[in-house]
Design a protein around this ligand. Structure first.
Ligand SMILES: [Zn+2]
Length: 594
């Protein structure tokens, strides 16, 4: 954990959840809770509920839930440390840096100084662009059709090669400048600017800080584009150009293009949701970053061979990050800039609406590798497409794609369907053979898996009830300890519940949620702590019975796990001991039903 737990609790308790969420969602009191329209899914009747006593929220429509940090992480698309910083600022708490290690603090200082340097450089290039020296650069950019407003928005600058001299006058040391990647060192010619007579495109991180530059020549010199190298503050595989603007879009999808000029042209034409991978092919980290903002991406790479190959490569990377991709067809134009200049914004919007799903696009790419007039090659083509269709998990999806494919290519539906089924059966058989061995080895773990197994539900009921009624914790811990809970999130929550009860005699679910820093984990924890809510309405008799059942089920499961462990070790004494304990479990019921 990045910050001290006490500090996190303090920040959380001073940011009342009703006040914070009320700033984003209009809330109305409903009994002891507050209700509103969920900001995470679209709905007409409110199913989003905020609980001031627990300091948690929960949507009964889409299942999103958590504490004040989770809400901010979800709503603003930020990380846990960022949510902590944001809420600390809201109540005027200054975050100390003392809890970092010496090394971490030095690294943080180095990064801060590097941000500062890049900001200075960007400002300097920007000033040059509008000075007499930058006249040609400005004219060049004007000729490319960029408006004065667009130039300002993207901070476009010009480098005449005098940055080094300027920074030396500002008092910078060579040792530090050498790490910036903005200069070249040569025994004969000494220190020089890396960028000379180029139009400068600052590259921003998603918070709008300058972290790198791309420089473009104005004539035919090579290389056409020159990028600053990776530094302490710039990892090109983890950033997307234009994301600092595109993250604020109201569009539900993003446009993924190739370069700076594509992104800028699209923004200027009103597509404020365009981003570009930074002169590399798309990386898994970039896809993951993108998935924090959207689940739908329209790829608008160049329509030449290289662009289409890159698009084909990007599709599975996006899919891996949970993003559905479509591919936009720009022909006969090469890139978005050319297309919009020739046909205008509306025509481009039309193409977005007509973009092919990644499947159709992939089929076209596969088709290019085969000669459909050759019978053998035709079968190979069909087999490859069938394998691709088997990648869809839903039956209905597979059927739809089979229908569409056969219609497009005039293949017999029945024949092709049976090819898909045959391949599917072969794959399943291979997978089953591979799976048998691990199943035998981990039999006890497999049983606990499955998101809604009875054992998991029991764990959730027990934890919720302990939180609702801390006195119960005293009784329950006579029969169960944290080690009886499933390893991972469940066990950690159980440990925290028991520890809080031990220390304060009460349990604060919102504090437990902040012990996890991933949003998905926080949502799961909120769910674990809230599952029993539904049974609060039942009669007290029903509720006691449900709790007793849950305790017995979990204790039994835990004993069985220990028992199969003992079997594996051949510990006969232990096996019998656990069997005896299992028989005694029924006597717990009477005590818990009292
Ligand atoms: Zn919802």
């Amino acid at each position: 954990m990045y910050y001290d737990e006490k500090l996190i609790d303090e920040i959380r308790s001073r940011n009342d959840i009703v006040g914070v969420i009320g700033g984003y969602v209009s809330l109305k009191r409903a009994g002891s809770n507050y209700q509103g329209l969920c900001p995470f899914h679209s709905e007409k009747t409110p199913s989003f509920s905020v609980n001031p006593a627990r300091q948690t929220y929960k949507c009964f429509g889409c299942g999103k839930g958590g504490n004040v940090f989770t809400f901010l992480m979800e709503y603003e698309n930020i990380t846990f440390p960022e949510a902590v910083e944001n809420l600390a600022g809201r109540v005027g708490i200054t975050l100390p840096k003392y809890n970092m290690t010496e090394e971490a603090r030095r690294a943080a200082n180095r990064r801060e100084q590097m941000f500062e340097l890049y900001k200075k450089a960007a400002t300097y290039y920007y000033r040059m662009f509008y000075s007499e020296k930058g006249r040609f650069a400005k004219e060049y950019i004007e000729k490319r059709g960029l408006s004065p407003e667009t130039m300002k928005n993207f901070g476009i600058g010009y480098s005449d090669g005098s940055l080094y001299k300027y920074l030396k006058e500002e008092g910078y040391q060579d040792e530090f400048l050498a790490k910036s990647g903005l200069f070249t060192y040569d025994e004969r010619r000494g220190v020089n600017d890396k960028f000379f007579n180029r139009v400068m495109f600052p590259i921003f991180d998603r918070n709008g800080k300058v972290i790198a530059f791309g420089g473009r020549v104005m004539g035919d010199a090579l290389p056409k584009y020159l990028n600053s190298p990776e530094t302490d503050i710039f990892d090109k595989g983890r950033n997307l150009y234009g994301l600092h603007l595109a993250r604020k879009t109201r569009q539900p999808y993003m446009l993924l293009c190739e370069g700076y000029m594509d992104t800028i042209a699209l923004h200027q034409a009103g597509f404020d949701n365009a981003v570009a991978s930074l002169g590399t092919s798309l990386t898994g980290m970039q896809a993951k970053l993108l998935s924090r903002y959207t689940k739908d991406v329209v790829i608008t790479y160049d329509s030449d061979g290289a662009g289409q190959t890159a698009a084909n490569r990007a599709i599975p990377i996006l899919a891996e990050a949970g993003i559905r991709a479509k591919v936009l067809n720009m022909s006969p134009y090469k890139d978005p800039d050319e297309f919009i200049k020739a046909l205008g914004r509306e025509a481009y919007e039309e193409r977005i609406r007509n973009a092919s799903t990644s499947f159709v696009f992939e089929v076209k790419v596969i088709e290019q590798r085969h000669d459909l007039n050759d019978p053998q090659d035709k079968t190979a083509f069909q087999t490859e497409v069938a394998e691709r269709i088997l990648g869809f998990s839903e039956d209905i999806e597979r059927t739809n794609y089979i229908d569409a494919f056969c219609r497009d290519y005039g293949f017999d539906r029945k024949e092709f369907r049976s090819l898909v089924n045959k391949l599917g059966a072969q794959n399943e058989f291979r997978a089953a053979v591979r799976e048998v061995t691990p199943v035998i080895e981990n039999r006890s773990e497999v049983k606990a898996a499955g998101p809604d197994s009875a054992v998991r539900k029991s764990q959730r009921i027990i934890l919720t009830r302990c939180i609702d009624d801390p006195e119960l914790t005293e009784t329950i811990r006579g029969y169960l300890g944290p080690e009886d809970f499933e390893e991972g999130t469940y066990r950690t929550v159980a440990e925290l519940v028991f520890a809080q009860f031990e220390k304060d005699g009460k349990i604060d679910p919102s504090a437990i949620i902040s012990r996890f820093d991933e949003k998905d984990e926080q949502t799961l924890v909120a769910e674990i702590c809230e599952t029993g809510a539904a049974i609060r309405e039942g009669s007290s008799e029903d509720r006691r019975k449900e709790l007793a059942d849950s305790v017995i089920r979990l204790a039994k499961d835990s004993l069985e796990r220990k028992q199969s462990d003992a079997v594996a070790r051949g510990a006969a004494g232990e096996i019998l001991e656990f069997a005896r304990k299992k028989k005694e479990l029924e006597s717990i019921r009477k005590k818990l039903m009292k």
